[in-house]
Design a protein around this ligand. Structure first.
Ligand code: BJW
Ligand code: ZN
Length: 244
């Protein structure tokens, strides 16, 4: 019986079109906490209680303090060997797409280019009044930051619970899922929709879907196979097996 790792490598050898969905586990080895694992709480609260438009309306300074912590962590972090492996794979396939739920920008910093950030990015913020955007990771002196154009309040450019994903980002990710022969689901608990549903779109369209995650998830039973290892170890192993 070939292992799931061997089956994944054989599937990738045959494939021309490969897509990847990533989640917080992808950046765990860069020192960025996941949402639903240990360390996923902020001041004793679940992310679901802080990352909502209602929480922001009720107490913008509190939500901005949460994001200042995230921005500081992201600034100090660097892509890990898993991010680098995905960037290396992009150069080796005629079509290679990454859809990330992460807002840390680490795929971009690692060199992935055919990339969509489904839930936004902590580097960006926008004015809730005139939509003017700013982009940096410098510490913010005053919270909440105010728009230099109109004086309105700025908010993080993040998709919070109950908010729609950008239509372009979603369509881009869905098309990549539909067209892929191999689909990798890396470091996500597959609990947050619509992103989690991309793996089902790929499976329905006939892709072989492999999960890279030390833990099982609710969607594990429908996937073709699983590599139960941290992505920073498994993805470089895939690159080495294919091209090493
Ligand atoms: C490793 C590892 C290692 C550890 N290597 N792996 C009921 C059913 C279906 C849907 C809903 C529902 N009720 C509500 C909804 C909708 C809701 C939703 O899905 N809720 C569920 C929780 C039930 N979704 C939404 O609201 C979305 N919008 C929407 O649906 O809009 C509809 C609409 C249409 C039209 C008008 C208006 C609305 C938006 C979702 C936005 C999610 N946003 C967040 C932002 C957080 C704040 C921030 O980043 O600053 O995105 S929430 C948070 O969860 C974040 C993540 O991207 C997302 C997913 O989490 P992820 O990445 O999977 O992380 P974890 O921590 O859960 O898992 C980590 C995994 O890594 C684990 O499995 C570990 O084992 C693994 N791991 N180390 C590999 N080294
Ligand atoms: Zn403004």
């Amino acid at each position: 019986m070939p292992s799931d790792f061997d089956r994944l490598v054989s599937a990738l050898r045959r494939a021309k079109r490969v897509s990847v969905l990533t989640g917080a586990g992808m950046s765990a080895e860069s020192g960025i906490a996941t949402f639903r694992g240990a360390g996923g709480l902020w001041e004793g609260r679940r992310v679901e209680e802080v990352a909502t438009p209602e929480a922001f309306s009720a107490d913008p300074v509190k939500v901005w303090r949460f994001y200042e912590g995230r921005r500081r962590a992201v600034k100090a972090a660097a892509p890990n060997p898993g991010h680098e492996a995905l960037a290396a794979l992009e150069a080796r396939f005629p079509a290679f797409h990454v859809a990330t739920q992460n807002v840390d920008g680490l795929h971009r910093r690692a060199g992935s280019r055919n990339l969509v950030e489904l839930h936004g990015c902590v580097e960006r913020r926008y004015c809730v009044v005139c939509r003017r955007t700013e982009e940096d990771l410098e510490p913010l002196d005053d919270l909440p930051p105010l728009c230099k154009g109109c004086g309105g309040m700025m908010r993080p450019d993040i998709v919070w619970f109950g908010e729609p994903l950008s239509v372009e980002a979603w369509e881009d990710a869905r098309q990549a899922a539909r067209e892929s022969e191999v689909y990798l689901v890396v470091g996500t608990s597959s609990q947050v929709y619509p992103a989690a549903g991309l793996a089902l779109v790929a499976a329905d369209a006939g892709a072989e879907v492999f999960e890279i995650n030390p833990e099982e998830t609710p969607l594990s039973p429908v996937f073709t196979g699983a590599i139960r290892e941290p992505s920073g170890k498994a993805l470089p192993r895939v690159v080495a097996a294919l091209f090493g």
